[in-house]
Design a protein around this ligand. Structure first.
Ligand code: GLA
Length: 696
């Protein structure tokens, strides 16, 4: 049984973990336990009370409430901050009842209420037992006759066990340089990471891992999680200074306000978290499992090998240039041909056209269908790039609807990449985008959409907003999800890719609509190794689109560049008209190899054997779902010669079973490969792709 209620405690069991909370004597819902699965409730710690009194350190300050509201003598980060119509800013959430939902997954809802202001909070807990993940979100319901202003409405607060300083792992970066992994020890105070940019952002990601400072890829306790949200978000990792640590996250409260009218409900985005005793690798695999089993729309669809024309033609697209590329791509075994930016009306460069999503009559006098027919006749599917959230001031759409963009009336509308942002919070903008994109998908045989978003926000105003214009931050993201959801329901066969100038919109929220993420505009092979390692902390290879381009052409072997991209969902993005016949033949070879191993990479488990950010010789391994087949990729960038490379210890094998590793004459059992390891000989900028086979 996944959810048990024992006395005044609730225990949520996953395959390997238990998460428990209970009611204390004041009727407050407090955290009790989060760790290895417990067999008997006698192993539970007692429910924390808030007895005693101290004028500066009141016990309620340290009570690990599951969903603390700002009130009383609590100075820790709250999940909720509310101002009532009478200006009272003190919210007390007292338990009212619990209810198990009849749903596909175990799901319990705890209801809390402020007795004076009739604010009802429904805390949802859903158990993803196979992924070892607990999902949480909150519904905030105004049962009173007066509005309530929400000033913070987080999704969850997570409490790892009390103890000494935790180490906090998170991701940071910038455009063209995303997903750096950093691990730092928390000290008393609050470490905040966030986005105020309207998207998830290239700079930080709403993902975390906490450990005691001693976890490794394969060993040690790790508490980890992520937020399912693609707008402004905030994560507070707080060392209270009293040997406790809390992790709170949700929609960013910076410039946030939500006027909750009588009878209305505000629903937070979901937060997901899990626990493992088996290190950072296992933590990642839990999230990978969750994403593949519960989030992405087409979990069992193998991604085709893709060609994207962006780096070859930039804005200079037309039918002949695309057909030439498509012919070469088809000869190499490419299965999906994607035309990127530059195809729509008035688009010569990045100064015009965004907003007018019809084929440019000069470039495509007969529309896109002749090109699409030629691509499909070559045996490939067709995909298209769009950036629907944007307009260039030089576009018919902007000339017709200058009021549709985010702006402040008294301020200059500042452009980024010469573009302004449509206010997706507006229902009329949503309806317009749904209609034009629906038309595009209905009138063309398109199976893939690369959905881009190429600037950060400025002047985030909503003149004429029917409510507090600061609601835009949340309503924009709801609008985006609504558009994507509507298009998906009307065109379920279409695969969406989330792109925002590379990895600016990579999160568990957008993955409910998009099967893939464009990780970075940086396609330089050695840089990608590190970017891909960071990305893999939370995202599986299946969603990681990776292209071989002309970056490093002539400097780094094509095999190395292919091996890097084969670690995810393989694509090609170079200018094929300039590739030699030998290069194209080699590319065809690697594409064929990839197709053979693709189920292992896209559906299997991933093991990071050696980190490219810590070693110039890195490796990553994938193991098929049934454990019978694996693939190992090893990369050496640059090391002074001579350098002895330590053997690579494989992971995830059955210690007793016998495995053959390509290139090694003798098979050995799993224990041997995992402890003695595989000797590796690689020169600078050499790579290896070795198959692993379990023998009968
Ligand atoms: C963004 C994307 C690129 C490409 C360009 C087109 O930068 O990340 O892959 O699509 O836009 O303008």
């Amino acid at each position: 049984m996944s959810i048990e209620q024992i006395g005044s405690s609730w225990l949520l069991h996953t395959q390997n973990t238990t998460y428990a909370f209970g009611l204390n004597s004041l009727g407050l819902l407090v955290h009790q336990y989060w760790g290895p699965r417990i067999a008997s409730p006698s192993a539970l710690p007692t429910i924390p009370e808030s007895e005693g009194w101290a004028s500066f350190n009141h016990p309620e300050h340290l009570l690990p409430e599951e969903y603390p509201a700002w009130a009383g003598m609590k100075f820790v980060e709250p999940c909720l901050k509310v101002t009532a119509a009478d200006q009272v800013r003190d919210t007390v959430l007292v338990f009212q009842g619990s209810q198990e939902e009849a749903a596909e997954l175990p799901h319990v809802v705890l209801t809390l209420q402020d007795p004076v202001y009739a604010l009802r909070v429904r805390l949802h807990y859903r158990v993803h037992a196979q992924s070892d993940i607990i999902e949480r979100w909150a519904e905030l319901i105004n049962d009173s006759a007066a509005p309530l202003r929400l000033e913070r409405a987080f999704s969850a607060q997570w409490h790892p066990p009390a103890g000494p300083a935790y180490r906090f792992s998170h991701l940071y970066g910038r455009w063209n340089d995303e997903f750096h992994l950093v691990r730092e020890t928390l000290t008393p105070g609050v470490k905040v990471i966030e986005s105020r940019r309207l998207t998830t952002s290239h700079h930080h990601n709403p993902w975390f891992a906490l450990d005691g400072g001693d976890a490794s890829e394969t060993q040690g306790e790790v508490w980890f999680g992520a937020l399912g949200w693609s707008g402004n978000w905030k994560l507070c990792a707080e060392d209270t200074g009293f040997c406790t640590t809390r992790l709170s996250l949700g929609v960013n409260d910076f410039d946030f306000a939500w006027d909750l009218q009588p009878g209305e409900t505000f629903t937070t985005p979901p937060a997901y978290a899990g626990y493992t005793q088996n290190g950072f690798g296992a933590a990642s695999r839990s999230l990978h499992h969750l994403i593949r089993s519960r989030l992405i729309p087409h979990p069992r669809a193998l991604h085709p090998v893709l060609y994207n024309s962006w780096e070859a033609t930039l804005f200079d697209v037309d039918a002949p240039s695309q057909i030439r590329l498509a012919q070469l791509a088809a000869q190499m075994g490419v299965e999906l041909f994607v035309m990127d930016d530059g195809w729509f009306k008035g688009r010569r460069d990045d100064r015009a056209g965004l907003g007018d999503w019809t084929p440019d009559p000069l470039k495509f006098p007969h529309g896109l269908n002749p090109l699409i027919q030629q691509v499909t006749a070559l045996g490939m599917r067709f995909g298209l790039w769009v950036e629907p959230e944007m307009v260039n001031p030089d576009s018919d759409l902007y000339r017709a609807h200058p009021d549709w963009v985010l702006h402040f009336p008294t301020r200059q509308r500042r452009t980024g990449r010469n573009q302004l942002i449509l206010n997706l919070a507006r229902p009329d903008v949503q309806a317009h985008l749904i209609q034009i994109l629906d038309d595009l998908l209905s009138q063309h045989d398109i199976s893939f959409i690369k959905w881009d978003m190429n600037r950060a926000v400025s002047e985030p105003g909503w003149p004429g907003a029917p409510r507090d214009p600061r609601e835009m931050w949340v309503r924009y993201t709801h609008g985006l999800y609504h558009i994507l959801e509507t298009l998906r329901s009307r065109h379920p066969q279409v695969t969406f890719q989330s792109c925002s100038g590379g990895g600016g919109r990579a999160d568990l929220g957008v993955l409910r609509y998009a099967d893939q993420i464009w990780v970075s505009d940086n396609t330089e092979a050695a840089a990608r190794l590190r970017i891909q390692e960071g990305f893999s902390q939370l995202f599986p290879a299946q969603v990681m689109e990776a292209w071989v381009t002309d970056a490093n052409r002539g400097q780094i072997p094509l095999s190395f560049r292919f091996h890097v991209s084969m670690c995810g969902s393989l694509g090609v993005g170079g200018n094929l008209t300039q590739w030699s016949p030998q290069e194209r033949a080699e590319a065809a070879h690697w594409i064929e190899v990839y197709k053979d191993i693709r189920p292992i990479i896209q559906f299997g488990s991933q093991f990071r054997l050696r980190s490219p950010s810590q070693s110039a010789c890195s490796a990553v391994q994938y193991l098929s779902e049934d454990g019978a087949a694996g693939v190992l990729f090893a990369f050496r960038t640059h090391l002074p010669d001579p350098a002895a490379l330590p053997p690579l210890r494989l992971q995830g094998l059955d210690p007793q079973a016998l495995y053959a590793v390509e290139g090694v004459p003798e098979p050995h059992n799993g224990a041997y490969w995992m402890h003695t390891g595989l000797p590796l000989m690689l020169g600078n900028f050499e790579s290896a792709l070795l198959r692993i086979t379990r023998l009968p």
